[in-house]
Write a protein that binds this ligand. Sequence first.
Ligand SMILES: Nc1ncnc2c1ncn2[C@@H]1O[C@H](COP(=O)(O)OP(=O)(O)OP(=O)(O)O)[C@@H](O)[C@H]1O
Ligand SMILES: [Mg+2]
Length: 260
Amino acid sequence: MARVIAVTNQKGGVGKTTTAVNLAACLAAAEKRTVLVDIDAQGNATSGLGISRQGPGPYLYEVLIGKAKAAEALCPSEVPGLDMLPSNPALLGAEIELVREEGRERKLKEAIEELLGEYSYVLLDCPPSLGLLTLNALTAAQSILIPLQCEYYALEGLTHLLRTLRLVRRSFNPGLMIEGVVFTMYDSRLTLSRQVVEDVRRNFPGRVFETLIPRNIRLSEAPSFGKPIILYDIRSAGAEAYLKLAKEVIDGTAGTRPRA
Ligand SMILES: Nc1ncnc2c1ncn2[C@@H]1O[C@H](COP(=O)(O)OP(=O)(O)OP(=O)(O)O)[C@@H](O)[C@H]1O
Ligand SMILES: [Mg+2]
């Protein structure tokens, strides 16, 4: 059965999509069949894997409103073992259309159920907000993986996020665990970066991945070629870091699963 992990942080631009796309590719490269679900109407994960957002679909939107099955919307990617459930701009409408539906926060969970037997991992790339789509992701997930940027307010942001997690647990998904926090755009030359990592590690022991994702220009270039980093530049520091993160996820070394 697949492990369903939501890559989430309410803050924008912290590296959610970069992490979701590249972690998914690296899990597949490690021979773990993986599906990446693009929960964001911006569609960065979809285009980052070189999948068109202009085709006839079906896309995640049709799946959520019950017009298509998840399996029908799947697209293969260039990475063997990695499939994508893509989104297109219509997904924006789903937030509004689903509002009045019974069980509106469980639509994604129900839709992806049929995929769980086929894959080892299902990664959900969340938008930077706590709307109905993110709530669907947090309800469908077994755990959350939190990309965090090494900046002054990181600890505050994380505390805020964990408060949200408690609310979600109480109302929608009591078993939701923390897969781990991963630092993104890390710059070892900056004292601030090092301090933030130290602070968060001290406050949340055992919940932070060892792997630090460095700021790496190749990671920011790869999406414009529609490729994950391991196909764009396998020798880059970014590729090395995401391969290491994938290994940690597979081994469960963030050590957070039982305690959450
Ligand atoms: N490790 C990195 N090194 C260099 N650039 C990065 C790195 N991680 C992310 N970026 C760049 O930072 C920007 C934001 O990253 P990304 O889109 O992954 O964030 P996000 O959290 O998904 O954003 P949003 O909240 O809008 O969905 C992008 O331009 C991306 O290419
Ligand atoms: Mg994103």
